[in-house]
Design a protein around this ligand. Structure first.
Ligand SMILES: Cc1ncc(COP(=O)(O)O)c(C=O)c1O
Length: 404
């Protein structure tokens, strides 16, 4: 049995008051809260084994290196990657996508195409625009419908031998849509295109199996999976990672350096130049272990209940419109209330202790599609409750009364 109160007790921040009210944290899409095991692991790293990794022969350096590599193995197992050198530590989803887009700039040519979707976060649009500017490749966009779902017949139509890479998110941060990525991956492969999946919003809710998906790249951020900020993961198939050039030059990514020529280290070090965020890399493994101990089946089942309950309760509010009404959705509800700016609602309910995101959520093309400046986004995690949803709905009603 999933016991939410037991889970909540593991997150110290959830028991505090904000603006004199118990905190209701519904901004999990932006970043997740941290359980005590994660907080303790950060402190333990600095109290006991802090040293630079992959360098020293001394004991602390060995301990830190071992812990870092144990974390890499944990993540390999979690994603079901074939090899641990297919797991590259990055600073987050954004850096993972930039690394791949930068690498593809040496592969694609003028006239080639790179495909993204209408549902992407800016960090899965702008790096590809950089790449297109450098190469003369063309950015092609899979459109969406009014429910916030990708139009697959258009994807099929747009896909061609010119398509070199398709980069789409697994779950939309702004609307919560779960995209049919297996279909997209298989179709893209049928024309020889590679596929990058932006898993920033999926990894807090489900456990991706990269071999079953057969994606070429899968990226996510540590801070959204109850881990620290400043760390993320790029999974890449060995063959692709060998083919792509290094992203940054520096210490640790080399085999031999002379002024005439430098050769690069083997995977994964070829992509890990410089001293990484060691503590965050180690603790990301702790966070993943923690989520697996809660269990992704439990998380999915419970969050579905929250989504259904939250949707039903919000629909009681007159003039409220939900954006993102697809069949397959994660626990994210984006909405507006007729005649009221989302920012004003967000500001009032903050005074009542409620944290939601307001604005364009780094997805301006989605906002342009709906012709709105932004939305109010409530994104639920497995440590939220129906009682919190009740508090939230009453607060939104109060804000509506004040602003009407
Ligand atoms: C779908 C999606 N992609 C990418 C990102 C960027 O993640 P980060 O800022 O952790 O690099 C986010 C962050 O909200 C996101 O939701």
């Amino acid at each position: 049995m999933f016991d939410v109160q037991k889970v909540r007790a593991q997150f110290p921040i959830l028991s505090q008051t904000v603006n004199g009210k118990p905190l209701v944290y519904f901004d999990n899409g932006a970043t997740a809260q941290k359980p005590q095991v994660v907080i303790d692991a950060i402190s333990q790293y600095y109290s006991e084994i802090n040293a630079n990794i992959h360098r020293g022969v001394h004991t602390l350096s060995q301990l830190a290196t071992d812990a870092y590599e144990v974390s890499r193995n944990t993540i390999q197992k979690h994603l079901n990657a074939k090899h641990n050198h297919e797991i590259i530590f990055t600073s987050g989803t954004t850096q993972g996508i930039n690394l791949v887009a930068n690498g593809f700039a040496s592969i694609v040519k003028a006239g080639d195409e790179v495909m993204v979707s209408a549902l992407e976060h800016h960090s899965n649009i702008v790096p590809w625009q950089f790449m297109c500017e450098r190469t003369g490749a063309k950015l092609v966009v899979i459109p969406m419908n009014d429910k916030g779902e990708l139009i697959l017949s258009e994807f099929d139509r747009l896909l061609s031998e010119k398509t070199k890479i398709v980069a789409v998110n697994h779950i939309s941060n702004a609307l919560g849509t779960v995209n049919p990525i297996k279909y997209i991956i298989d179709k893209a492969h049928s024309v020889g295109a590679a596929v990058l999946i932006d898993g920033a919003q999926a990894t807090p809710h489900l456990r991706p199996d990269v071999q079953e998906l057969d994606c070429d790249f899968y990226v996510f951020s540590g801070h959204k999976v109850c881990g620290p900020t400043g760390v993320g993961i790029l999974y890449g198939k060995e063959s692709w990672l060998n083919q792509l050039p290094p992203y940054q030059g520096g210490g640790e990514m080399i085999k031999e350096v002379t002024f005439e020529k430098t050769t690069y280290a083997e995977l994964p070090h070829k992509f890990e130049a410089g001293t990484p965020n060691i503590e965050a890399g180690i603790v990301l493994g702790t966070a993943i272990d923690y989520l697996n101990s809660v269990g992704f089946d439990n998380i999915a089942k419970y969050e579905k209940e929250l989504l259904e309950y939250g949707t039903k309760r919000l629909q009681e509010i007159e003039g409220l419109k939900i954006y993102g009404t697809g069949e397959n959705k994660a626990s994210v509800i984006s909405f507006n209330i007729e005649g009221i700016h989302p920012y004003d609602i967000g500001t009032i309910i903050d005074k009542l202790g409620i944290a939601v995101r307001t604005g364009h959520h780094c997805t301006q093309p989605i906002m342009n599609y709906f012709n709105i400046p932004g939305t109010i986004r409530a994104s639920f995690a497995f440590y939220n409750t129906k009682e919190e949803i009740d508090i939230f709905v009453e607060a939104v009603k109060k804000a509506q009364r004040m602003l009407s």
